[in-house]
Design a protein around this ligand. Structure first.
Ligand SMILES: Cc1cc2nc3c(=O)[nH]c(=O)nc-3n(C[C@H](O)[C@H](O)[C@H](O)COP(=O)(O)O)c2cc1C
Length: 364
């Protein structure tokens, strides 16, 4: 039913400004009586960060920034949902238009700039569904005008760690000036020391909430060495690789839209994001699991992420072009891959191609 509904709705949604189409989609998900996706095959289950995921496919941050529809997304078959990015205080983000579709490339560019209803509103919604089950994480970011950005992260950890399944520290959005500087070794070490200290303080009774670090695919390999070194030394629970890219691959066809400022996502991001995932995997040496995100738009791309080093995957942009049926398509592709090799679990494929991917020519 959702498939038919989507097929009818998609041409209409595509005729709208991308941000209006997105708001309408959130409203529809909040109101429509949604069918529950079929139960997941046990072989798709993943244990990571101390959590049990029914399947490895997550909704990436940015789709449900204000935690309005996490349960609808879980119902539709996602194995987990990352809400946010939320900022401590409400903020509008950049002026519109600020989201652009690259139709011929199956990509998108956004410069939203952390538009957020703020911590109070998001906290209220997550608290209201806290006993509903399912894995719902929160991605946190600093306010644009914060005098002390690290203090913003600490504040958000204190509020959200007791209630979210996991918390992602987002220091990789390209649309908040200077934010990505927090990825540099000294700044990152200070940030992680303070947020982990905050996590220990607030979750002493409830058990530690996993803390994940989401990085940009645009780090140099030397910067990645440092970021992974600090993440390992500070014992984060996992990393997400990664956010949107400021680069513009030579293959892009929508030349005019490609000149818009902002982060590129979707299919054109796949080669770079997968390469950075593999580079991260070989540096992490299984100290913690990775979530692979960037350009997944098929079962083959999802399997490629797992083989490059992802224990879990997330996606966003491809849903605009492929619709929610993509989630079921990826599940059956992953199961076929397991059957082909007579395997019982995806964990046996994680990182199988990482070394080979890092030996390829750098994606251009
Ligand atoms: C419109 C839009 C908004 C986004 N907002 C956020 C965000 O608030 N926080 C974040 O960490 N990532 C955000 N992202 C990045 C996605 O979570 C993801 O890392 C990126 O889009 C690559 O995945 P994809 O190619 O499957 O879209 C956003 C992406 C898009 C397209």
């Amino acid at each position: 039913m959702i498939g038919l509904f989507e097929r009818l709705a998609r041409p209409f949604l595509h005729a709208l400004d991308p941000e209006d189409a997105h708001s309408l989609t959130i409203k529809m998900l909040a109101c429509a009586p949604l069918p529950r996706a079929a139960g997941d095959d046990k072989r798709l289950a993943v244990r990571a960060f101390g959590l049990n995921f029914p399947n490895p496919i997550g909704m990436a941050a940015g789709f449900d920034k204000n935690a309005e529809v996490p349960d609808a997304l879980l119902r539709l078959g996602f194995g987990f949902v990352e809400t946010g990015t939320v900022t401590p205080l409400p903020q509008r983000g950049n002026p519109r238009p600020r989201v652009f579709r690259l139709n011929a490339d199956r990509g998108a560019i956004n410069r939203l700039g952390f538009n957020s209803q703020g911590a109070e509103a998001v906290l209220r919604r997550l608290a209201a569904r806290a006993n509903a089950g399912g894995i719902v994480g929160i991605n946190i970011g600093a306010n644009k005008d914060a005098a002390d950005r690290v203090a913003d992260y600490v504040r958000l950890i204190e509020r959200f760690a007791p209630i979210a399944s996991y918390v992602t520290i987002n220091i990789s959005s390209p649309n908040t000036p200077g934010l990505r500087n927090l990825q540099q070794a000294e700044a990152l070490d200070d940030l992680l020391a303070r947020v982990i200290d905050a996590r220990e303080r607030v979750t002493r009774q409830a058990g530690p909430t996993p803390l994940l670090l989401k990085i940009a695919p645009d780090l140099s390999l030397a910067e990645l060495d440092d970021a992974v070194g600090v993440a390992r030394a500070r014992r984060v629970d996992g990393m997400i690789v990664g956010n949107t890219t400021l680069t513009r691959p030579a293959s892009l066809r929508e030349m005019k839209i490609a000149k818009e400022a902002g982060g590129l996502s979707g299919r054109p991001l796949l080669p770079l994001a997968t390469r950075m995932l593999a580079e991260t995997y070989v540096r992490v040496e299984s100290a913690f699991p990775l979530i692979g995100v960037g350009g997944i738009d098929s079962g083959t791309a999802a399997l490629g992420k797992v083989r490059a080093g992802a224990s879990l995957i997330q996606l966003y942009s491809a849903l605009v072009f492929r619709g929610l049926g993509l989630v079921a398509e990826i599940k059956s592709a992953l199961l076929s891959a397991l059957e082909r090799d007579s395997l019982d679990s995806l964990s046996e494929l994680v990182g199988a191609d990482a070394a080979a991917v890092t030996a390829e020519a750098w994606p251009g």
